[in-house]
Write a protein that binds this ligand. Structure first.
Ligand SMILES: Cc1cc2nc3c(=O)[nH]c(=O)nc-3n(C[C@H](O)[C@H](O)[C@H](O)COP(=O)(O)OP(=O)(O)OC[C@H]3O[C@@H](n4cnc5c(N)ncnc54)[C@H](O)[C@@H]3O)c2cc1C
Length: 469
C-alpha cells in the first residue's frame, strides 16, 4: 500500500554515486541489500553491508541443527551467494555521526575506518534477553546463534556419555536433567528437538537409559506460544507432556548454579544444563549509534520505518520499534523483518530517485509454525489452524521455501533424507574451531583431539589460560 506525497528525491542522474550503508546482515539487512540491488541502477549507488559474519543464519532451522538433523553449515547462507554487487564488510558499525553523516566501522582485528553515507539502514537485530537472576550469566546458555546450537548438541552428548559412565546416582540425575526457560517458539522448538535427539541417542547409553532423563520447561506466564492460538498452544503442551516433558507454567527461575536451578516454587532441580530462551532484547551496540531509542532500547521509527527526527536514516527488524497499524508494535520475527525490508528498500530508493511514493509498513502475520519434533508441529495459515503431522509437513515445506539460496534448500532436503534410515550421529565435536597451540605441554596429560587439562585444572580453566595466551 502506498501513502504520502512523492519523494523529493534527487534523481539517479547525480555524477557521484550515492552511498547506502546497511548495518546488520541478518534477515532484515540482507533483504534490504538484495532488494536495493534490483531497484537502484548500478552507477547510481554504492551499496555496503556491514556484518560480523559473512552469512545469514536461518534461525527457524537452528533447533534442527542442534538436534543433528541438519548440518550446521546448511542452516546458513553465505551473504555473497545472495548479494551480487553489495560490498560486504566484516565487522560492526560502532559509532554514528548524524551531522557529518559518517559511521565508524570496526573490524575483528580492531582496525577502524570511516564510512560516509547518504542513506543509512540499521538492521542490527537482537540478542538473548537476560534478567538479573543470580548465576544466570555464568551457568546458563542462550539459544540464538549457531555457536549456541552446536555447543548445546555437544553438551547433551557429553552429559549422556558422563551419565552412562558414572557410578554416582546423584551425579547421573544432575547430568540427565535439562531445564529450558521460556515457552516461546524458540524455546519450545529447541527443547522438543533436543529431547527427541537425546531420546533416540539413549539406545547407545544403556545405563543412562535405565536411569531415565528429565526435561523441564519453565514458563513465567500461564501459557506457552503467545504467538499462536491458545488451542494450538494447549495441543503443544499436551504433546510435550505426553513425552514425559515437565511443563511448569506460572513458574520462574530464581537462581542458577553449576549444579542446580532453583525455581520460584522453592524446588531445587539438580542440573548441569539450563537453556535460557526467554525472549530477546535489541542489540546493545545501538546505544552508540546516536539514534533515538525507546525504553526497551529499540530504535524509534515512524510508520515509513524512518528513524524519528532523522533524514536518510532507517531502522527495521528486531532492533526497531515498528508501529503496527492495528496497534502496538510489530513482533520481532523474521517474517516481519523481511516485509519491513521491502518497505525500507522501496523508501530508500524513493528518497534517492524521487518520483515514486514512499510506502507505509502494514503487514499482519498470517503464517506461524512451531515444530514439536517427532514429525509433529502446530501452525496457523490465515484463519486456519493445523496440528500434528500435517502441520509438520507444511512447516517443513514453508521453511524450505523461505531459506535463502537454492543450494541451501537442496542441502536441507538431502540432510533430512539421509537422517531417515540412519541412527543419530553421536560424535561430540566440541573441539572444532578450537585448535591447540603447537606446544608439547598442551598434550602432557593425554589426548590429541581434545587434550586433557593438567591435573587439578578443569577444561574451563585450561581454556581461560589459553585465551590469556
Ligand atoms: C531459535 C529461533 C527460531 C526462530 N524461528 C523463527 C520462525 O520460525 N519464524 C520467524 O518469523 N522468526 C523466527 N525467529 C526470529 C528471527 O530469527 C528474528 O526475528 C530475525 O532473525 C530478526 O532479523 P534481524 O535481521 O532483525 O536480526 P538478526 O537476524 O539478528 O541479524 C542482525 C545482524 O546484525 C549483526 N550486527 C549486530 N550488531 C551489529 C553492528 N553494530 N554492526 C553491524 N552488524 C551488527 C548481527 O551479528 C546479525 O548478523 C527465530 C529466532 C530464533 C532464535
Amino acid at each position: 500500500m502506498t501513502s504520502g506525497p512523492p519523494c523529493a528525491g534527487v534523481g539517479h542522474t547525480r555524477r557521484v554515486a550515492w552511498n547506502v550503508v546497511i548495518a546488520g546482515g541478518g534477515f532484515a539487512g540482507a533483504h534490504v541489500a538484495h532488494k536495493l540491488e534490483g531497484m537502484l541502477p548500478k552507477q547510481s549507488a554504492r551499496l555496503a553491508l556491514v556484518n560480523d559474519v559473512n552469512f545469514v543464519l536461518y534461525t527457524p532451522f537452528l533447533p534442527e541443527a542442534a538436534a543433528g538433523l541438519l548440518e550446521p553449515r546448511h542452516v546458513v547462507t553465505p551473504l555473497r551467494e545472495i548479494l551480487d554487487r553489495t560490498y560486504l564488510r566484516l565487522g560492526a558499525v560502532t559509532a554514528h555521526d548524524p551531522v557529518a553523516r559518517t559511521l565508524e566501522l570496526r573490524s575483528h582485528q580492531g582496525d577502524t575506518e570511516e564510512l560516509r553515507y547518504d542513506q543509512f539502514v540499521i538492521a542490527v537485530g537482537s540478542v538473548s534477553r537476560t534478567l538479573p537472576v543470580p548465576g544466570l550469566d555464568e551457568h546458563a546458555i542462550g539459544f540464538k546463534s549457531l555457536a549456541d546450537a552446536i555447543w548445546l548438541r555437544n553438551h547433551v552428548v557429553e552429559t549422556l556419555e558422563e551419565a552412562n559412565a558414572t557410578e554416582d546416582p546423584t551425579r547421573r540425575e544432575r547430568l540427565l536433567t535439562y531445564v529450558f526457560v521460556g515457552g516461546g517458539y524458540a524455546g519450545l522448538e529447541a527443547l522438543a528437538e533436543l529431547q527427541d535427539f537425546a531420546a533416540d541417542a539413549m539406545d547407545s547409553y544403556p545405563r543412562a537409559r535405565l536411569h531415565g532423563m528429565r526435561w523441564i520447561l519453565v514458563e513465567a506466564t500461564q501459557r506457552v506460544l503467545p504467538e499462536i492460538d491458545a488451542s494450538l498452544a494447549d495441543y503443544a503442551v499436551r504433546e510435550l507432556r505426553g513425552r514425559g516433558i515437565e511443563v511448569r507454567l506460572g513458574t520462574t527461575i530464581d537462581a542458577v548454579s553449576a549444579t542446580d536451578a532453583t525455581l520460584s516454587t522453592g524446588e531445587t532441580v539438580p542440573t548441569r544444563t539450563v537453556v535460557w530462551t526467554a525472549g530477546v532484547r535489541p542489540q546493545p551496540s545501538l546505544r552508540h549509534l546516536s539514534v533515538p531509542l525507546d525504553e526497551r532500547g529499540r530504535v524509534r521509527v515512524d510508520d515509513h520505518l524512518r528513524v524519528e527526527g532523522m533524514d536518510g536514516v532507517w531502522a527495521l527488524g528486531d532492533c526497531a520499534a515498528v508501529p503496527d497499524p492495528r496497534g502496538g508494535l510489530a513482533p520481532p520475527t523474521a517474517q516481519h523483518g523481511i516485509r519491513q525490508a521491502r518497505v525500507v528498500a522501496h523508501n530508500v530508493s524513493c528518497a534517492l530517485s524521487g518520483g515514486a511514493t514512499p510506502r507505509r509498513y502494514e503487514y499482519s502475520s498470517k503464517t506461524a509454525f512451531v515444530n514439536l519434533g517427532r514429525y509433529k508441529a502446530v501452525g496457523r495459515i490465515g484463519a486456519r489452524n493445523f496440528s500434528g503431522f500435517v502441520a509438520w509437513w507444511m512447516a517443513r515445506t514453508y521453511h524450505l521455501s523461505q531459506i535463502p539460496g537454492l543450494s541451501r534448500k537442496i542441502r536441507a532436503v538431502i540432510d533430512w533424507t539421509i537422517s531417515l534410515p540412519f541412527q543419530r550421529d553421536l560424535s561430540e565435536v566440541g573441539s572444532i574451531g578450537h585448535p591447540r597451540p603447537l606446544r608439547d605441554e598442551e598434550y602432557e596429560s593425554g589426548g590429541s583431539h581434545r587434550p586433557l587439562p593438567a591435573p587439578g585444572e578443569t577444561d574451563d580453566e585450561a581454556e581461560e589460560f589459553e585465551a590469556r595466551g
